[in-house]
Ligand binder design. Structure first.
Ligand SMILES: NC(=O)c1ccc[n+]([C@@H]2O[C@H](COP(=O)([O-])OP(=O)(O)OC[C@H]3O[C@@H](n4cnc5c(N)ncnc54)[C@H](O)[C@@H]3O)[C@@H](O)[C@H]2O)c1
Length: 317
């Protein structure tokens, strides 16, 4: 297939693209290379790919249409977004632009150019501070506690509309705390690894009373790609799945395993809960397993080992 991957220089988009190329698909990559975090890291990720890359913004509808016009796209993996819960308190407009306007433009182009096979990134954050665990796609998700979550929920609603009105087959994936090599410098694993190695304190929010369903990038990649593998023409699918490991881990346990992987102890600064954050995430992935056979394979110990090995090498270059 000829697959458009948006956010190709990002953590997940880059890893998905590599896997698609490995299985013989052609990847048309797109990214605006914004400086929300290190552009150098995004450039380094792109060097891992042998693909045509469009350095454009999905908010630019005209340029986006040209990409669809110039390439016969069979499927879209839409991962470009303004990510990060905390930054949405600082720069809300970036979320409305990239996540809502940008996603609308993607769906519009898919409609206009007859692309019917679409997978896009939603987020576990749509569950807000859901008291019921594990989080199921049957649970209500109309109480977002950050604007980031509100924009991701909006994407899910738009997906429903475009599927219903125009027969697009769209799968939204609610990702649960993804970690691994080539990860995001604004997320805990890389923030922690950097400070641990530099002998600086790490910020442990809610005094460490947090649980996260940490999910290794390889499992995320396999789950994402498995959702593209359906007969695309006449299904009119609109699906929302959780994709996580399905096993919440205490933040303090995560830190301990990371300390072992890096061979150095962390200096911990215990802090209260941050605005917009939630104390626990835990994915019920049974629906995705039923539909695609998804089963996460990588344990936290193995995943952090791979991550720490990569980080040690990465931080020396
Ligand atoms: N990593 C996680 O744990 C996680 C959890 C839940 C949801 N998600 C979602 O998964 C997707 C991928 O996340 P990631 O961790 O790879 O994030 P990332 O920030 O590493 O990747 C996103 C990429 O999209 C690009 N981008 C942003 N706005 C754009 C725009 N307007 N036009 C073109 N490109 C743009 C960025 O430059 C970046 O390279 C995002 O939609 C994110 O919200 C990620």
């Amino acid at each position: 297939m000829n697959i458009l991957v948006t956010g190709v220089a990002g953590f997940i988009g880059n890893a998905v693209s590599i896997a698609l190329l490995q299985r013989g698909d052609k990847v048309v990559g797109l990214d605006n290379m914004n400086n929300y975090y290190s552009v150098e890291l995004k450039e380094a990720r792109l060097k891992r790919l042998d693909s045509e890359i469009y350095r454009i913004d999905i908010c630019d509808k005209q340029k986006l249409m040209e990409v669809f016009r110039d390439n016969k796209i069979d499927a879209v993996v839409h991962l470009a977004a303004q990510a990060g819960v905390r930054y949405s308190l600082e720069n809300p407009q970036a979320y409305i632009d990239s996540n809502i306007t940008g996603t609308l433009n993607i769906f519009e182009c898919c409609k206009d150019f007859g692309v019917k096979n679409i997978v896009f990134a939603s987020s576990s954050s749509v569950y807000g501070d859901n008291a019921k665990i594990p989080f199921s796609t049957e649970d209500r998700t109309d109480n977002p506690v950050s604007l980031y979550a509100a924009t991701k929920k909006s994407c899910e609603l738009m997906a429903h509309t475009y599927s219903h009105l125009f027969g697009l087959n769209i799968t939204g994936l609610r990702y649960f705390t993804v970690y691994g090599p080539w990860g995001r410098p604004d997320m805990a694993p890389m923030l922690f690894a950097k400070n641990i190695l530099e002998g600086k304190p790490i910020k442990v929010f809610n005094n460490g009373n947090m649980k996260r369903d940490f999910t290794y990038i390889e499992d995320i990649v396999n789950g994402t790609i498995s959702c593209l593998n359906h007969d695309t023409q006449d299904l009119r699918i609109n699906r929302i799945f959780n994709i996580g490991r399905g096993e919440p881990v205490d933040l303090m346990r995560f830190i301990e395993i990371l300390e072992n992987g890096l061979g150095k102890k962390a200096i911990k600064e215990f802090l209260p809960m941050q605005a917009g954050d939630v104390p626990v995430t835990w994915a019920d992935t049974s629906a995705l397993e039923k539909a695609t056979g998804y089963r996460p394979k990588i344990s936290l110990e193995t995943g952090i080992k791979h991550f720490a090995e990569w980080y040690l090498e990465f931080s020396h270059n």
